[in-house]
Ligand binder design. Sequence first.
Ligand SMILES: Cc1cc2nc3c(=O)[nH]c(=O)nc-3n(C[C@H](O)[C@H](O)[C@H](O)COP(=O)(O)OP(=O)(O)OC[C@H]3O[C@@H](n4cnc5c(N)ncnc54)[C@H](O)[C@@H]3O)c2cc1C
Length: 420
Amino acid sequence: MGLNGGYSGFRILLEGLSGNRGWRPAWRDPAPQPAYDFVIVGGGGHGLATAYYLASQFGEASVAVLEKGWIGGGNVGRNTTIIRSNYLLDGNQPFYEFSLKLWEGLEQDFNYNAMVSQRGVYNVYHSDAQRDAYRRRGNAMILHGADAELLDAAQLRAECPFLNFDNARLPVMGALVQRRGGTVRHDAVAWGYARGADRRGVDIIQNCEVTGFRIQNGRCTGVETSCGFIAARKVGCAVAGSSSRVMQAAGMRLPIESHVLQAFVSEGLKPIIPGVITYGGGHFYISQSDKGGLVFGGDIDMYNSYAQRGNLPVVEDVCEGGMALMPMIGRARMVRMWGGIMDMSMDGSPIIDRTHIDGLYFNGGWCYGGFKATPASGWCFAHLLATDTPHETATAYRMDRFERGYMIDEKGSGAQPNQH
Ligand SMILES: Cc1cc2nc3c(=O)[nH]c(=O)nc-3n(C[C@H](O)[C@H](O)[C@H](O)COP(=O)(O)OP(=O)(O)OC[C@H]3O[C@@H](n4cnc5c(N)ncnc54)[C@H](O)[C@@H]3O)c2cc1C
């Protein structure tokens, strides 16, 4: 088995019997070529998925991904791993459902164990009004072909008996459940897409920062990088938290702000949390990793930043949310925390679109929900790059919706990036 040989149970057995000496790097380390048909800026989940689908679905052979650091060093390897398609609005629901369907077949597709685990997502409600809102959301999901189930307190207690049902101020009254939602091992997604793209001839070039765009007569002809100029017929940017900074180099000012979001992991515990649980009385969500750590998070840090670390007031706020929802969490010790940079858009929804510069395309504004979108985002961006038309599930993610007034404001918070 040479470089990038396929993975299988038989191969694991063979390698186990022969001292595991046959494994090779999962992707090559190529030097950049002077020109490509497609250059994808950003080797996060979205950039790698875009390259993978350009090669696998659209038969494109000349594709490079340029990553300023290392594969998996950005948000794709920093998130709390939750996948779901429990969206309300027409602009969002079909897209996220498409993504969930792609997750369901992803491991077979790219031949990599990404530990896709459909253990269910429970959105807990605490009032009649919140139940009615969740009922409406669930109905919208079902109308779009997704699954949704509304549980009352007794049904939820049977599945999650440790919740704070009798809290005097915010009693737990039930939950909206999406059983097909769950978690995926985040960095394995980056590795799986990287390996799959590499096998199809995509050059993945790490430690190569894009510093500028060469734009001649309104057309982007390539990128300036720390490895020199690289020409391209089309350039797609998928740099998440760095979106405003990178697109500024093309003279664009985006409707996006960058904010820090933190994540937390406890010591390993025996299995206790059945799926993903979100608190309806504040911002707190939790799941349990296969190693046993409780993985949880809450709000962004509420100030603009490009730092990949957060501050203590939000640590306190997140832990208070956890204590209110499930007081038992106070017995667990927290062992790790980190931050990532979120590309928060004005309406909380993403952009997958061409720009006013020919040959330059943009993918961003994922706020803190872009991990679950990774497969569909890659597929739809590849579709746009290859065909110059938007994919049918991403027609609403246009850049000009902010000037035309067609917001996709899932939360109803208005033009407040830190509120979405
Ligand atoms: C703590 C936390 C928890 C989260 N939890 C969830 C969750 O549970 N569910 C969910 O759906 N989403 C979640 N998210 C959001 C999700 O992780 C992001 O929306 C998504 O990963 C962003 O897309 P990406 O993977 O392409 O980003 P990234 O992995 O950040 O990729 C962007 C890449 O671009 C590179 N780059 C930047 N500038 C340049 C340049 N000039 N040249 C070359 N490369 C460049 C960066 O180095 C980076 O690797 C969370 C995020 C965080 C931080």
